[in-house]
Design a binder for this molecule. Structure first.
Ligand code: GLA
Length: 386
């Protein structure tokens, strides 16, 4: 049997650098509801999951940054003063965070970092945010920087925005750092206040169906959606200067000022404004233990992402359509940025094997692709191991 992830990472670090490292674990995330609302100052409802990046880190006495990605079998090194895009992608998630910390005047010095993970990549489970958060958390511990978890999340997001070039919101990084066992995080992306909502339902299983269609968030589509939302806000703002984001916008304003100007921008904004409200309503459902109502909203979110926001794809739509109307299925929708990745599904626990069997089989028959299935449960956020 393969060694557990932390042992593997620890041993590799030891064999490369002949000393014991500090070990940090940082998880991927799911999101129950609230998609593409984070960069519109709305609410999101993610949770950290029981799949993670494990990073081993140690100090050096020179200004070198020495990185080793076990899963990729690749090494990359640079210096604190020579940080630039690597051309390899994975080092950029680490380097982007280091650059942010240096910009904020934190006394980061040279270090070695070895990491590996079990978060499926390109599945929309935020393996990149997990690596960014592992880096920020590990550097904070190693050099006693005194950074708050919120500032770590913001530095990780800024790394992704400025260094990697994806204009993502704060959801993924926040969820990775702030996750708790059996809790969802209701995050207000306007002021970053948050509240935990218990998710402790032994009779319900969250299942992820991975289309195996690789999404590329770095592709312009994500940034384009963000720009379209900003255009919608600008159109309203001419008449209502107090509206600074879609969080403040009403359906009536969209009809009046955005629809006549640009139908596509209107459809994007209409989805976002409804989704922001859906998170609120969905949280009320959860507090009342009404998972049936919550599940219906998940299907509604999918409809909006499919037809108005247009970030779904054939495989995601197929998977959600296949779940519709099954008695054991409370809710299903595409999750994350879109254009591939996973659907998230809420299923009666006793029926899980039957549902998985049926969906896997039909997916194979209709697409020729092998569905990957993961069971997810809300888990603890970034921590020091050992
Ligand atoms: C990606 C981004 C997040 C969020 C989602 C869509 O995961 O990184 O910030 O915008 O897409 O909800």
């Amino acid at each position: 049997m393969a060694a557990p992830l932390p042992d593997l990472v620890h041993q590799t670090y030891r064999s490369l650098f002949s000393e014991d490292p500090l070990l940090v674990r940082s998880p991927g995330r799911i999101n129950l509801i609230g998609e593409h609302t984070d960069y519109n100052q709305g609410w999101v409802l993610p949770a950290a999951i029981d799949k993670q990046i494990v990073a081993a880190i140690g100090k050096r006495d020179d200004p070198i940054i020495q990185l080793h990605a076990l899963d990729q079998g690749q090494t990359y090194s640079t210096t604190l003063h020579g940080i630039e895009r690597s051309g390899l992608l994975w080092p950029d998630y680490v380097l982007g965070v280091v650059q942010q910390l240096i910009r904020s005047q934190y006394p980061v010095q040279g270090f070695n970092l070895v990491f590996a993970g079990d978060i499926p990549q390109g599945a929309g489970l935020s393996s990149s945010a997990a690596l960014e958060c592992a880096t920020a958390f590990a550097l904070n511990e190693l050099f006693s920087l005194g950074i708050s978890k919120l500032d770590m999340a913001l530095a990780a997001q800024a790394a992704e925005n400025d260094f990697v070039g994806v204009k993502c919101g704060l959801m993924d990084q926040f969820a990775s750092l702030f996750g708790q066992e059996r809790q969802l995080i209701k995050l207000d992306c306007a002021d970053f206040s948050h509240e935990y909502i218990p998710f402790n339902h032994p009779d319900i299983q969250l299942i992820l169906f991975d289309t195996r269609v690789k999404h590329s968030l770095a592709s312009s589509a994500y940034n384009e959606r963000r720009e379209q939302c900003e255009r919608g806000v600008a159109l309203i703002r001419k008449h209502h200067p107090a509206v600074t984001s879609l969080r403040d916008a009403t359906a009536e304003q969209l009809n009046r000022y955005v629809k006549p100007a640009n139908e596509t921008v209107y459809q994007r904004c209409r989805y976002v404004v409804s989704e922001i409200q859906r998170v609120q309503d969905g949280c009320d459902d959860l507090k009342k233990n009404d998972l049936t109502s919550f599940g219906k909203r998940m299907f509604e979110t999918h409809e909006g992402l499919r037809h108005q926001y247009e970030v779904s794809c054939h495989e995601l739509d197929l998977l959600v359509d296949l779940m519709q109307g099954r008695e054991a299925v409370l809710g299903a929708r595409m999750m994350g940025g879109g254009f591939g990745g996973c659907t998230i599904n809420m299923v009666t626990a006793g029926e899980v094997p039957d549902v998985i069997y049926a969906i896997t089989h039909t997916y194979r028959r209709k697409t020729g692709k092998e569905l990957q299935v993961y069971l997810a449960r809300p888990s603890e956020g970034t921590t020091v191991l050992s």
